[in-house]
Design a protein around this ligand. Structure first.
Ligand code: B3K
Ligand code: ZN
Length: 862
């Protein structure tokens, strides 16, 4: 049953019904025109339920004709409204031909078929296909697709769709006509079409069984030299999936197209991935190490979907984590094997501790398998994706790597060519291992962040170590009752004689004790090693033990985590004592000095060990977020470190070599550590300006340049302004680099930021129609500039609200993403609460507000 929410349809997971009709085959013909594209669809359909009409989804379409088995339908045989086309009295098996018209040019939502610049492009997930043709636009209707694309040959050298190309010719009218066939039945959300003029890079991959796959990468003309890294990353991903999971690619061709106008990162359409150009194009002068990392990981992610998502897809959209959580887990494992495993894990943990914990604590809280949805696009969240990946990781931890891989193989074999559920996935894991996963299944249905309180008691006389664990999941906005979960808690015991022991504790009860006998020395306990579960850890380990762990634990993630815990405590202590001038203990300064003077082999880890937790990580530890105090304390800590460790910081910075850029683990670790040193040096160095300017001028790569700009943002002098002006000048014609400039300008913690944002909105490359530009400016402001976004006078909230209102009419999906920082207004002190709430109310009042924005704002205000 669905429910109306202020005239908006709410869908519930419980209400799933299998489709009343199936579509075995669909033939689509596109005659591309900017404002009058004609789509002819011929569907072979079979009735699955007696006595029901056929209800096809369709939006923003003009119906030109409809015919049943070749005969036009009479007007009373069907009915059209703004959301569907209903056809009455149909036989059990039939062919339905529907001709529609649409306007790709006026489609600024970038969902369905749109024209951006000179490129036609589609985005169908989750429910965009209904903007292309009337269809059963749901993931459990799988059909074989034949696609014909017709467009002027001169302007459109490339007309692409899924699968293998059947034919291509230019007709007498000068139109190119290309036919495609995808032999693998797929849901409509995996359909894709791209038409344009590109530079094409080609390569080849031979699969483990010896099949040749041609790899084709399409990028904007003139950018061919920036595509090679992505193409090589694709080959690494194909090879990795064969090695790790024995999964091989299945079509003769794998195409990737980079486009400038795209709502998210990329899309896994069968055989034809569409990518945001930001995640394809790279060269050393314009892309950072982080960009290279992201490209490899997203290329991997979309490729891995070919099995986890495409060959086995989702039965309904509530099951989204079935493909997304699993595929994020797979891309994380791939990245860990390609780059530094420790850093990959640290990055993943940071994301969970900031954005995901914040989402759990917000009005949008939902389990990784949501229960109710108004706009599906709102549920492509850190919870579904990243907590989803943590859940898969826990499963692997509980079952072991080998059994996990066997379970995955069984799941894929059992459901190949089908639309499956999260329960199907768990069932396969259970069948392979014989383990009962009922309690583990709660991770799919229960939202919220569990709090895990741990303590340890060592008794020398009996040589026993008792570990006590208590779990509680606080109520969330969507669910008040919570049950104990199965939590895998990895621990490491560090003994005084330098030996270590590792154990896995499986916590199943609300409170549980684990006793270790024959423990002859008292160990330091490392809890939740490698962040073995997405929980908040509360422990009573003393500061010295934390610093000991930071120095001696075997797991780099545990070492980093110990430092994070240490700093969080120091911050909390300062706050509770209302101390504005807390003095940092010598012990931590000593340790940092040690790392600076002997940075060891893993420079990237050293860089992380030397980095303080950021504002967002700290904020998640407070029910009511003390904005100004957190910013102040963090700044004081940094200043103190920079003064007390001025010399070793400078020395460490000076000995790090500037070598010609290459993207590899060792070299990016050097740059990472250099950036951390610089972020401190700016506070203390007498010649801060010289250090910054010199690095800025001599850098041969974007990573070192961005490090300078970011560090200089912290200074009150006009150095940042000067450098950023130069940067903007230098890169004024490169939109992707200008995005970095927009983000730097918008995250500048000084009050000039408002005027600067306004100026940037006038930049020739800025456009409200381009999601990358909007995000660069506004997400950077609202998510990376707490000082100005949370200004006490509410100016920051106003800026965001006005932007959302403007954007909602252009691109609701992107507008709804921007709303997130306002939703958690209850977590601030009363004055800010009131200002944030009134910004939300202002948005809610707008007539015709989209479902996307409405769903989030109304959940927050109610
Ligand atoms: N599956 C797409 C995301 C689609 C988002 C729709 N709003 C990209 C990915 O996760 O691989
Ligand atoms: Zn995905």
């Amino acid at each position: 049953m669905t429910e109306q929410h202020n005239n908006r349809l709410v869908k519930f997971r419980q209400d799933y019904q299998p489709p009343a009709f199936s579509i075995s085959c669909v033939k689509l013909c596109f005659e591309l025109e900017p404002n009058t594209t004609t789509v002819t669809s011929v569907m072979q359909m079979t009735r699955q339920h007696a006595d029901v009409p056929l209800i096809l989804d369709g939006q923003h379409l003009t119906l030109l004709s409809i015919a049943l088995n070749g005969d036009p339908l009479l007007a009373d045989a069907y009915q059209v409204d703004a959301h569907c086309l209903t056809v009455f009295s149909l036989p059990d098996q039939f062919e339905l031909t529907i001709v529609t018209q649409l306007s790709p040019q006026s489609n600024t939502a970038l969902e369905g078929l749109y024209l951006a610049g000179d490129t036609y492009c589609t985005q169908c997930e989750a429910e965009g296909f209904r903007r292309i043709s009337y269809f059963l636009d749901r993931p459990d209707v799988l059909a074989e697709y034949y696609v014909t694309i017709i467009a002027p040959a001169q302007r459109y050298p490339f007309l692409l769709s899924n699968g293998n190309k059947l034919s291509e010719h230019v007709d007498s009218a000068g139109n190119r006509v290309v036919q495609w066939h995808d032999p693998f039945p797929k849901p409509s959300y995996l359909f894709a079409l791209v038409a344009g003029d590109f530079a094409k890079l080609s390569d080849q991959y031979i699969t483990q069984s010896g099949r040749e796959v041609s790899l084709e990468l399409f990028v904007e003309k003139g950018a061919a030299n920036k595509g090679d890294f992505a193409l090589q990353a694709l080959k690494r991903a194909m090879n990795w999936d064969e090695q790790r999971f024995n999964l091989e690619y299945d079509l003769d061709v794998y195409m990737v197209v980079a486009v400038d106008f795209f709502n998210m990162g990329a899309m896994e359409n069968k055989g034809l991935n569409v990518f945001n150009s930001k995640y394809v194009l790279a060269d050393p002068s314009s892309a950072t190490d982080r960009d290279y990392f992201n490209i490899e990981s997203i290329i991997g992610h979309e490729y891995f979907h070919n099995w986890t998502g495409n060959r086995v897809t989702c039965r309904d959209w509530f099951q989204l984590s079935l493909k997304e959580g699993l595929t994020v887990f797979r891309d994380q494992e791939f990245s860990a094997d390609m780059a530094s495993a420790t850093l990959c894990r640290i990055d993943a943990v940071k994301l969970i501790r900031t954005a995901q914990f914040a989402e759990d604590a917000s009005p949008m809280s939902h389990p990784i398998r949501p229960e109710q949805v108004i706009e599906m696009n709102n549920f492509y969240t850190v919870t579904v994706y990243d907590k989803g990946a943590e859940v898969i990781r826990m499963l692997q931890t509980c079952l072991g790597k080998t059994d996990f891989a066997r379970g995955l193989a069984l799941y894929l074999q059992r459901h190949d060519g089908q639309a499956a559920t999260c329960d199907d996935f768990l069932q396969a894991m259970q069948d392979v291992t014989g383990q009962n996963l009922t309690q583990f299944g709660l991770w799919y249905s229960q939202s919220g962040t569990p709090e895990l309180t741990v303590s340890q008691h060592y008794d020398a006389s009996s040589a026993t170590l008792r570990l006590n664990l208590v779990q509680i999941t606080p109520a969330t906005a969507d669910q008040s009752e919570k049950q104990p979960l199965l939590i895998p808690v990895k621990i490491e015991l560090l003994f005084p004689n330098a030996t270590v022991q590792q154990h896995l504790l499986l916590l199943t009860d609300a409170e549980q004790q684990f006793v270790f006998d024959n423990v002859t020395q008292q160990p330091v306990v490392v809890w939740l090693e490698h962040f073995s579960a997405p929980v908040k850890l509360i422990n009573n380990v003393d500061d010295d033990s934390l610093l000991f762990i930071a120095r001696h634990a075997t797991d780099g993630v545990a070492r980093w985590d110990a430092m994070q815990q240490f700093w969080s405590r120091k911050v909390a202590h300062c706050l509770s004592a209302s101390q504005s001038d807390a003095v940092l203990p010598d012990a931590v300064l000593q340790l940092m000095r040690h790392w600076l003077t002997q940075p060891g082999d893993d420079l990237a880890l050293t860089a992380e060990l030397l980095t303080l937790p950021d504002f967002d990580t700290l904020a998640e530890q407070y029910q009511q977020i003390p904005v100004n105090q957190l910013i102040d304390i963090l700044r004081q800590f940094k200043q103190q470190i920079s003064v007390k460790l001025a010399q070793p910081l400078r020395q460490c910075y000076d000995v790090l070599p500037f070598q010609p850029y290459s993207y590899n683990q060792q070299a990016s670790a050097v740059r990472r550590l250099r950036a951390v040193c610089l972020s401190y040096l700016v506070f203390s160095s007498v010649d801060a300006t010289n250090v910054l300017t010199s690095q800025y001028q001599h850098a041969d790569n974007m990573t070192d340049v961005i490090a300078v700009l970011t560090a200089s943002q912290q200074l009150d002098s006009d150095i940042f302004q000067n450098l950023v002006n130069d940067f903007a000048d230098r890169w004024q014609h490169d939109a992707l680099v200008m995005d970095k400039c927009f983000a730097l300008v918008a995250s500048n913690p000084h009050p000039q930021v408002f005027a600067a944002i306004e100026t940037m909105q006038q930049h020739p490359l800025f456009s409200w129609n381009n999601p990358n530009r909007v995000r660069a400016l506004l997400s950077a402001f609202s998510q990376r500039n707490p000082a100005q976004f949370h200004r006490a006078d509410g100016k920051g909230y106003q800026l965001l609200a006005n932007s959302i209102i403007k954007l909602d009419a252009i691109n609701a999906q992107v507008a709804a993403r921007l709303v997130t920082p306002l939703l958690s207004w209850r977590r601030f002190e009363p004055k800010r609460q009131q200002l944030m709430r009134s910004a939300l109310q202002q948005i809610a009042k707008i007539k015709g507000i989209s479902n996307d924005v409405y769903e989030k704002v109304s959940r927050s205000l109610n």
